[in-house]
Design a protein around this ligand. Structure first.
Ligand code: HEC
Length: 125
C-alpha cells in the first residue's frame, strides 16, 4: 500500500514537472520563436516552416533540438512543403530550450515529447 501511494506521488510529481516545463516554455516561445513560427505554430508559407503537426519535428526529437541549438539552414521538407532558409542558433540555456520545445511538443497536435535539459546539452557537442 505504501509503495502504491509513493508511486502515485511520483507520477504526480512527474506530471507537475511536465506541465511546469510547458508553462515556462510558453513564455519563452512567445519571446523567442513566435516572430518566425507564429502564435499557433503555423509558420509562414515559403519562409518559416510550421511547428504545428510538423512531421519533421515529431519524427526525430534530437534532430529538432540540434536545429534549435546550432541553427539550421538549407533545404528541408516539412509536411510536404519545401523550405530553404535559415534559423539562427537560439541563444538560450539548456533549460529554456527544453521548456520551449516541451511547450511546442505539447501544443498544436504534436506528440507530447518531453524535452529535458540533458537532451539539449547532448546536442551542443
Ligand atoms: C528568425 C526566425 C526563427 C526563429 C526566431 C526561430 N526559428 Fe525555427 N526555423 C526557422 C527557419 C527559417 C527554419 C527552417 C530552416 C531551413 O530552411 O533549413 C526553422 C526550423 C525549425 C524547426 C524544424 C522544422 C519544423 O518546422 O519542424 C524547428 C523544430 C524549429 N525551427 C523550432 C524553433 C524553436 C523552438 C524556436 C524558438 C526557441 C525557433 N525555432 C526560433 C526560423 C526561426
Amino acid at each position: 500500500m505504501k509503495k502504491y501511494i509513493l508511486c502515485i506521488g511520483m507520477m504526480g510529481l512527474a506530471l507537475q514537472g511536465y506541465s511546469q516545463s510547458a508553462a515556462n516554455g510558453k513564455g519563452i516561445y512567445a519571446k523567442t520563436c513566435i516572430a518566425c513560427h507564429q502564435a499557433a505554430g503555423q509558420g509562414i508559407p515559403g519562409a518559416f516552416p510550421p511547428l504545428a503537426k510538423s512531421d519533421y519535428l515529431n519524427k526525430d526529437v534530437n534532430r529538432a533540438i540540434k536545429g534549435v541549438v546550432k541553427g539550421l539552414k538549407g533545404p528541408i521538407t516539412v509536411n510536404g512543403k519545401k523550405f530553404n532558409s535559415a534559423m539562427p542558433a537560439q541563444a538560450l540555456s539548456d533549460q529554456q530550450i527544453a521548456d520551449a520545445m516541451t511547450y511546442v511538443y505539447a501544443s498544436w497536435g504534436n506528440n507530447k515529447t518531453k524535452v529535458t535539459p540533458a537532451m539539449v546539452k547532448a546536442q551542443r557537442k
